[in-house]
Design a protein around this ligand. Structure first.
Ligand code: PEP
Length: 251
């Protein structure tokens, strides 16, 4: 049976008090649903505890948006994988295109982060995706293949069977221009094939301008196991609308 995972990346939004109130609103809606999807909220570090305190026994999970690649030490301003695990996270986004672009993260560093996350028993939500220029130059598949194989090549010595992939075409992030179901499906199928070569069968999320309106058509596709949601994860109505669309795939 298909698995559905809906993760909300709040980015640098929601101070702790707002995060608490927002989480409670989400829970109030989900309590009225027969939710069978994995719902993951990814607040900024400072708001993780507020979300963890709010969710109590409710089956909502928490993810961080980043972590440092080293276990501990003199890295002023950084947060380790064990810190986010202890704060209540089960997941951590890694390799988001904003971090690749703004903080120079590359596929090798991303491998180090995935390693430290797996060691800390956290599930990485590993983002990959091509830029508009790369797509227009017909390089989408080559870029995806390079991102996957470079990182996986560094991780040959560890078990990578507990990772979530998020295909996030950069041109679709925050633009309101989601990939069409056809565009998404062909890349998801390609990712699935590459992973099969590594004996991996990982959930593959789509991310990039997912809304309550377009979620149903994307989530219905065979190789799409959920969504990583940015902007629409900041609205209770939109986010729970996406969760509803995911649940429709499961009922
Ligand atoms: C993201 O940044 O991970 C994302 C998918 O953003 P948005 O949904 O706003 O495009």
């Amino acid at each position: 049976m298909k698995r559905m995972i809906i993760a909300g990346n709040w980015k640098m939004n929601m101070i702790p008090s707002a995060a608490k109130a927002f989480t409670e609103d989400i829970m109030n809606v989900l309590r009225q649903r027969d939710n069978k999807s994995t719902v993951i909220l990814c607040p900024p570090f400072i708001s993780i505890s507020a979300v963890a305190d709010s969710i109590g026994d409710m089956s909502i999970s928490i993810g961080a948006q980043n972590c440092h690649e080293k276990p501990k030490g003199a890295f002023t301003g950084e947060i380790s994988a064990s810190m986010i695990a202890d704060a209540g996270c089960a997941y951590c986004i890694v390799g988001h295109s904003e971090r690749r672009r703004d903080f120079g993260e590359n596929d090798t560093l991303i491998a180090e982060k995935i390693r430290i996350l797996i060691n800390a028993k956290l599930i990485p939500i590993w983002c990959i995706g091509e830029s508009l220029e790369e797509r227009n130059n017909g390089k989408t598949f080559a870029i995806i293949e390079k991102q996957l194989t470079t990182t996986l090549g560094e991780l040959k010595d560890i078990d990578c069977s507990d990772i979530i992939i998020a295909y996030e075409p950069i041109w679709a992030i925050g633009t309101g221009l989601a990939a069409t179901p056809e565009q998404a499906q062909e890349v998801h199928e390609f990712i699935y094939t590459i992973l099969t070569g590594y004996n991996l069968n990982l959930p593959i999320l789509y991310g990039g301008s997912v809304t309550g309106d377009n979620a149903a058509s994307l989530l219905a596709l065979p190789n799409i196991n959920g969504a990583l949601v940015g902007g629409a994860s900041l609205s209770v109505e939109s986010f729970t609308g996406i969760v509803d669309a995911a649940n429709k795939q499961l009922h």
